[in-house]
Ligand binder design. Sequence first.
Ligand code: AMP
Ligand code: MG
Length: 446
Amino acid sequence: MAISYSAGLAKVLDAAQQQRSSRQDWKSRVRLQDAIGGTAAQDVLSPKSLPEHDTSAMDGYAVRSQATATASPNTPVMFMVTGTIAAGDDPGETRSAGAVTEQDSTSGLHTCVEIMTGARFPNGYDACVKVEDTMPVDGQTGILITKPVPPNANRRVAGSDILRGNVVMRQGDTIQPSHLLPLASLGMDAIPLRQRPCVGIWSTGKEIVKGNGSTRDANGPYLTAAVRDMGLQADFLGVLDDEPASLHAHVEAAAASGQFDVLLTTGGVSRGRFDHVLAVVDEMGAETIFHGLSIRPGHPVLFAMLPGEGAKTALFGLPGNPGAAAACFRFLTVPYLKELQGQARELPVAAKLRRQPGTPGEKRTCSVKPDRDCFQHGILSVSAAGQLMVEASAEQSPFKLSPFKTANCWIHFQPESPESGPGPGLVECYPISPTGAVLLSPRLQN
Ligand code: AMP
Ligand code: MG
């Protein structure tokens, strides 16, 4: 009998953990630009504080804030400019004659130093007044200030961004481009990442091999792209006929090559006369972890561990209908790949389910049964009142692909029981692409 989705997912995650723990040294240093989509193999600590020194946040003049306390339009305070400090100048280096002192010895005027954004603050000065808030006098040798400047104004205090020893990357974090901003500014050019899983993919089906135009391979291109989109390596290995011997030879060779961590097939996992994937993995001495889940779409899905030299290879036998293959990939293969890399489990967002126009009563779009999980694609959007709303695509047949033109999320309808689900009227949603946040659709507003 088919097991539940939650039981199946637990087995998938358990198998991934076992695979991960059999590969403890599975990491390498990767250049920052190549790290996107990878998983941090350990905590990364900041080797220094940022900013390293007090620097100016504005182009202006470094002053002692106390000296500006009485400044007003009627009683402006005059400062003598004793030099200029540009970004990149060494401490104490000024670009014109004149010592950096607090008060000019001959005139008795307060002193200031012209300073550029990012330049190091000279000793003795605690604030920067923006150039726009000053008036030049005597050519450029003096300035007038007409309002008080608070202490620390426009001054970036050393260590105010990142402190030495701070955790800048947690083990298990998935590296995104935005992470490169702190990492690169700390001078890091490479970080330790877990080795990325490599996924081999076949489509199966005589009708697709023949390529007579009636059924084109949708699954191969989709799965290859979706795995690559996760920052992983994906090799499309071709379209296979519904021939057990050829299927056996290809799957066995790929498993024996040691090149793949995960193999995906689509098609040929149901109970039809020409569905041979299960028989082939059985022949190979694989451990079939499940064949059949109480889900819709995708109930015939197969998950097995293939034997091999050293580490085993996971095989997901996904159904052939592209909508079902995509749902099983999203809700079974993606969690396996994330867990294999030690990434955090993905959390859904809760959205209010919009009834489709014409849907009678309170019935959900999915015919939810107490013993079945249902995955539907849909469109997530924000209402005028700021509520996250989701509408399931009107067409959910797993062979109909037109809704994928606009769908931006998957909805997970859980079996109906009082404690399941995120709350009354709410459903769990996941981005349609496993890598990112949901790109909210502007189409549905109410
Ligand atoms: P199967 O799971 O092999 O019984 O296939 C179920 C349905 O999905 C059939 O209508 C197949 O023609 C179709 N199908 C199988 N593989 C693919 C594929 N790679 N691309 C598009 N349709 C497919
Ligand atoms: Mg088939």
